[in-house]
Ligand binder design. Structure first.
Ligand SMILES: Cc1cc2nc3c(=O)[nH]c(=O)nc-3n(C[C@H](O)[C@H](O)[C@H](O)COP(=O)(O)OP(=O)(O)OC[C@H]3O[C@@H](n4cnc5c(N)ncnc54)[C@H](O)[C@@H]3O)c2cc1C
Length: 396
């Protein structure tokens, strides 16, 4: 069977690419390794799929070349994503910080839109496809695969690799794109888990474990960036949205800073309160801002039983440091099984930013998470997957 393009990987990018190509009258076939397409879409956003973010400007992505995505984001905007889903009956509502989730629908409905459109447009999705070999022909590509008992061959002038990143192998993640690119001699930016919980070991581990289940609104920062959202204490360390966000900017051996009262000054609060409430214990004051459990735990470092009026300069300095500059040195991260995305990937310098075609292999395209484009938490990664799928489709 000959088609206009073969897409390896039926996730967010591959599905969008197939649908958009179909709308342009081009015939493609998706070869998907798993038993069904879009498995990561199905588990995304806790099964609700945070499919884009209305505040995307382009600066919320980590890449060796932060400008690379600009052209794709001009060609396919957040508004295009919203309209695309609305056209097929899925409207969105903002949950928090611009994150759009389907209204009265969920991730299954997102995948269904793509599978139904592929059906209507005559784009085949072949599941359980094991890729055996990809041959570069004079006028295109031949893909040899096995999706049953015998080997099959497909030929097409164009080939799209949209096999995603390394997180969650049980959801179908593989290093296929990275290996494929390496074999072609393409440069890879070092990969690591991102949007991932951080672990604490050693003498402090118990302190975190005792707080397990508690969350606190925090400013989490390092010398590169800061995020204000909840953090969650767990029996092995730290999770929650603010921790996932900073994890993408954290490197082993580095500290992160937790500010438990962002935008307020505990020193000022103490100075004001002790005018009228000097007899209050420090614990009474802290309980106004934090759970009892948290106050008790942070109290390990603080004179909780002292009255506000009796706090001296050293005490106040210590309180200020502990509440606003709580230093954490994570031991590591929870790895690809718990990461939402992969940082790094195929170096964008290897591709045209306008078409996502490989500069040294005409007719070959890469899209989605396998590239060195990593978004923040909150719909940013799907926007990149949709946009890159759309852009490639325009050029097949
Ligand atoms: C738990 C979790 C929750 C997430 N929630 C969100 C969210 O709410 N919002 C958001 O923006 N992002 C979210 N993400 C990130 C988002 O899912 C990915 O960034 C996005 O799916 C990447 O799209 P992709 O098409 O590049 O890869 P994928 O969607 O991963 O698709 C790749 C496809 O290729 C297939 N494949 C892999 N290897 C092969 C091979 N050798 N041969 C054939 N097929 C192959 C895979 O089975 C898969 O179907 C989440 C990720 C996780 C893990």
């Amino acid at each position: 069977m000959n088609v206009d393009a073969i897409i390896i990987g039926g996730g967010a990018c591959g599905l969008m690419c197939a649908v958009q190509a179909g709308m342009l009258g081009k015939r493609v076939i998706i070869l998907e390794k798993s038993e069904k397409p879009g498995k990561k879409i199905l588990i995304s956003g806790g099964g609700r799929c945070n499919y884009t973010n209305i505040y995307i400007e382009g600066d919320e992505y980590i890449s060796n070349n932060p400008n690379f995505l600009k052209s794709a984001f001009k060609q396919w905007t957040v508004e295009d994503t919203i309209q695309f889903f609305e056209t097929y009956g899925l409207t969105g509502e903002e949950k928090t910080l611009g994150q759009l989730f389907p209204t009265n629908k969920n991730a299954k409905d997102v995948v269904k839109i793509f599978t139904q459109l592929c059906d209507e447009l005559g784009q085949d999705i072949i599941c359980n496809a094991h890729i055996i070999e990809v041959k570069n022909l004079d006028n295109g590509f031949e893909v040899i695969y096995n999706a049953g008992i015998k080997e099959e061959k497909l030929k097409a002038p164009k080939l799209v690799i949209a096999t995603g990143g390394l997180p969650i192998s049980k959801m179908g993640a593989t290093d296929y794109a990275l290996k494929f690119a390496t074999k072609l001699g393409l440069k890879i930016q070092p990969t690591a888990p991102a949007l991932v919980p951080l672990t604490i070991t050693g003498k402090d581990a118990d302190w975190y474990a005792k707080l397990s289940g508690n969350s606190v609104f925090c400013r989490v920062s390092n010398d590169k960036i800061s995020f204000e959202e909840q953090i969650l204490f767990t029996h092995w360390g730290l999770s929650g949205p603010a921790i996932l966000q900073i994890s993408s900017y954290w490197r082993p051996g580095e500290y992160i800073n937790l500010d438990f009262l962002p935008d307020r000054s505990i020193q000022e609060i103490i100075e004001n309160e002790r005018i009228n409430n000097g007899k209050w214990l420090l614990s009474t004051l802290l309980n106004k801002f934090f759970t009892k459990k948290f106050t008790e735990s942070i109290g390990l470092y603080l004179p909780l039983e002292k009255q506000l009026a009796n706090l001296n300069k050293d005490d106040i300095e210590k309180i200020q440091r502990t509440i606003h500059h709580f230093k954490v040195k994570p031991a590591g991260d929870k790895g690809y099984d718990k990461a939402e995305v992969m940082r790094g990937g195929i170096d964008t310098a290897e591709l045209s930013s306008k078409t996502l075609e490989c500069k040294t292999a005409p007719g070959l395209y890469f899209g989605g998470e396998c590239l060195d484009v990593t978004g923040w938490l909150g719909g940013y990664n799907f926007q990149w997957a949709w946009a890159s799928g759309y852009v490639i489709a325009q050029n097949l």
